[in-house]
Design a binder for this molecule. Structure first.
Ligand SMILES: O=c1ccn([C@@H]2O[C@H](COP(=O)(O)OP(=O)(O)O[C@H]3O[C@H](CO)[C@H](O)[C@H](O)[C@H]3O)[C@@H](O)[C@H]2O)c(=O)[nH]1
Length: 160
């Protein structure tokens, strides 16, 4: 493995924003672990990241096929690796589907995130970047949204 300063767990790291983030992290000298259940991605996305960073930095990337709803999947990861931080992208995000099937969204997004927090706490991992959504701002008067915007009443269950 190439020398790297910190180890970051990226949940949902084979998804759209996840792969871009993993690429930047590897190029920035971090070691990265991805956990993803391939609900909305494929292994080819991880292979492409490896291709882009090259064989040397690829040694700093490992992948686990796992599901945040299954706490044991997280336990296995955290018990063998000390993570400096977690970046959490593993979530479902189709607004229409979240209204049609709220239980699926509750399980994936809420239960998965609670499991993640609990296992992080157990292993004393205290840094988390949570990827939220601009939909928490409803229909803002101006774009782009910035952090100080008021969070409004939501138009669907999903941002909640
Ligand atoms: O329970 C789940 C649900 C999803 N995933 C994975 O999470 C990744 C999510 O990536 P997508 O390409 O579907 O989504 P985006 O990268 O575009 O979405 C990102 O930005 C969204 C905001 O717009 C949300 O914050 C979301 O969590 C975050 O991944 C996918 O690989 C999917 O397989 C899991 O591993 N577990």
């Amino acid at each position: 493995m190439v020398s790297s300063s910190q180890k970051i767990l990226v949940t949902g790291g084979s998804g759209f924003i996840g792969t871009h983030t993993v690429l930047q992290l590897l190029q920035g000298g971090f070691a990265v672990s991805i956990i993803d259940n391939f609900d909305n991605s494929v292994i080819a996305a991880v292979d492409r990241v490896r291709e882009l960073v090259g064989p040397q930095l690829s040694q700093n990337l490992d992948f686990t096929l796992g599901d945040l709803r299954i706490k044991d999947d997280l336990e296995k990861l955290f018990s063998k690796t000390k993570f400096d931080a977690v970046i959490h992208f593993a979530g479902l995000k189709a607004v229409g589907e979240s209204v049609a099937n709220p239980r699926r969204y509750f399980d994936n997004n809420l239960v998965g995130t609670i499991n993640l927090y609990e296992v992080m706490a157990k292993y004393n991992c205290k840094k988390m970047v949570f990827s939220s959504s601009a939909t928490v701002y409803g229909q803002p008067d101006t774009i782009p949204c910035v952090g100080g915007f008021q969070v409004t009443s939501h138009e669907s269950l999903w941002p909640d």
